[in-house]
Ligand binder design. Structure first.
Ligand code: EPZ
Length: 435
């Protein structure tokens, strides 16, 4: 189980590059199920969740290539689902990555049959997929839940999903993506309302349109899809990871540094940039793909409340909370999207932060003197929060279970060391079987 040894106190200086967006790559890889042709995806991040999805697709019969580390194509993935010999997403894979549910819609649309293990909960909440199921049933799929699996069929309606009118009870990112993919091959028109507007939804739609899908309105809350009989292959470059970019902006601010975040898309970061500016750092968009953050030592208390895009992203809540521990005054951090996304709080408290949680709101009394400690990573973004706190804490911190980090951040310790951080990865035992 890898650990990070981090010695705090270094302002970050220089330029740090962002990788492709994990949360766009995952649905785009699943979209390859919709065609027999090869789909080539570029700017794919080399993170665990991508490796998990490659394993999942291969287990269903897909040919998966590319991404050989060190080769020119090491950030490229080639997927060809000519034959789906086993349209099953097995529990041993799904339990390690709930986003595996993204294969449900494409499998039903392409093969008329899918067996997908129920994802189960995770550290940040129950993570149900009832809205995915409800939408597919409205498109005519017959879905049975048994033995921890969902089994979906369309034979009773002639083997092809039917276009319909879907209104999401709640805004769901992967729910929107799952049903958008299913609708591309459905018979007739599908109108989806109360959709997620995240850039990752827009990126998926861009790929699907390149594959021949007929989609209007991606990025708005209303998406209209005209089903087609077949989709063909395409080549597509994944958008930059806005959450990784936001994490690095906070890293520059919390360490009082001068950091340029390159290879990002500033237009995806409006709410995050505004809040880091409100906290007192100077943030400048210096080009179409670069943002510069400069901060002194004084940061101001700043409240955040997580909302669906374009509001302040839940995936940046933990990282921003670390920043507020250094701000002068009291900040309120409210988590509206997930029911248990404060796992980082107790670890930050062990480093000296003053945080009290009441319901969905954490009250952070800032200007805390953080000291290095042995802390435990619990989920992807909580891990990022602990890295940020350790970068500013006095002395050395040991972060255990960094495999959580590796799920969504590509070589983060190398990237941060490249701009002055002091981080060492210590590998002294195999990662546990993913719980
Ligand atoms: C996506 O998860 C992201 N994952 C998450 O990123 C992100 O935190 C989340 O969207 C919110 O932005 C991927 O894209 C792979 P939701 P998703 O469905 O789609 C409830 C990270 O750190 N809900 O938008 O699973 C749900 O419980 C990860 O990279 C239902 O009730 O999230 C939650 O309260 C973590 N029924 C809310 O909706 C459903 O059928 C939003 O969840 C689906 C969701």
């Amino acid at each position: 189980m890898d650990k990070f040894l981090i010695t705090g106190g270094q302002p970050l200086q220089g330029t740090i590059r962002v990788s492709g967006a994990k949360n766009s790559a995952l649905p785009c890889m699943a979209a390859a199920i919709l065609t027999e042709d090869e789909v080539i995806l570029e700017n794919i991040p080399q993170v665990r969740d991508i490796a998990t999805e490659r394993k999942l697709l291969s287990s269903m019969g897909a040919e998966v290539g590319g991404a050989e580390v060190g080769l020119p194509e090491d950030h490229c993935t080639r997927i060809r689902c000519a034959v789906l010999s086993d349209p099953v997403a097995k529990y041993e894979i799904v339990k390690t990555m709930r986003a595996s549910s993204l294969v449900l819609g494409p499998l039903v649309a392409r093969a008329g049959l899918a067996r997908v293990a129920m994802p189960g909960g995770c550290a940040i909440g129950g993570r149900p997929i009832d809205l995915h199921i409800k939408g597919l049933e409205k498109m005519g799929a017959e879905i049975v839940q048994a033995h921890g699996y969902l089994e979906a069929r369309t034979e009773q309606i002639g083997g092809r999903l039917k276009g319909t009118h879907i209104v999401f009870d709640k805004i769901t990112v992967t729910g929107t993506e799952d049903l958008l993919m299913a609708a591309t091959l459905a018979e007739g028109e599908t109108l989806m309302e109360n959709c997620a507007r995240e850039p990752e939804v827009v990126d998926l739609a861009a790929l699907l349109i390149k594959m021949g899908a007929k989609i209007e309105g991606a990025g708005t809350s209303t998406i209209r899809v005209q089903g087609v009989d077949k989709l063909h292959g395409a080549r597509h470059a994944i958008i930059p990871d806005r959450i990784e970019a936001g994490t690095f902006l906070v890293a520059g601010a919390i360490t009082g540094g001068d950091l340029t975040v390159a290879n990002c898309n500033p237009s995806h970061l409006g709410a995050v940039i505004a809040k880091i500016q409100e906290a007192g750092a100077q943030v400048d968009i210096i080009s179409a793909d670069a943002i510069r953050v400069q901060a002194g030592s004084l940061l101001r208390a700043t409240d955040i409340s997580t909302e669906e895009y374009p509001g302040f992203p839940t995936d940046m809540q933990a990282q921003f909370m670390a920043l507020t521990t250094q701000a002068d005054g009291v900040s309120q951090v409210t988590e509206n999207i997930f029911e248990n996304r404060f796992m980082h709080v107790q670890e930050l408290v062990r480093m000296g932060a003053d945080i009290k949680v009441e319901g969905r709101t954490a009250t952070v009394r800032g200007a805390a003197h953080l000291t290095g400690a042995y802390v435990m990573c619990s989920d992807l973004r909580a891990s990022a929060s602990l890295v940020l706190a350790a970068l500013v804490a006095e002395g050395q911190s040991v972060l255990d279970r960094v495999y959580h980090m590796d799920r969504g951040y590509e070589r983060i310790e190398e990237k941060l060391c490249g701009v002055g951080a002091r981080i060492e990865r210590v590998s002294n035992a195999p990662d546990p079987a993913e719980e």
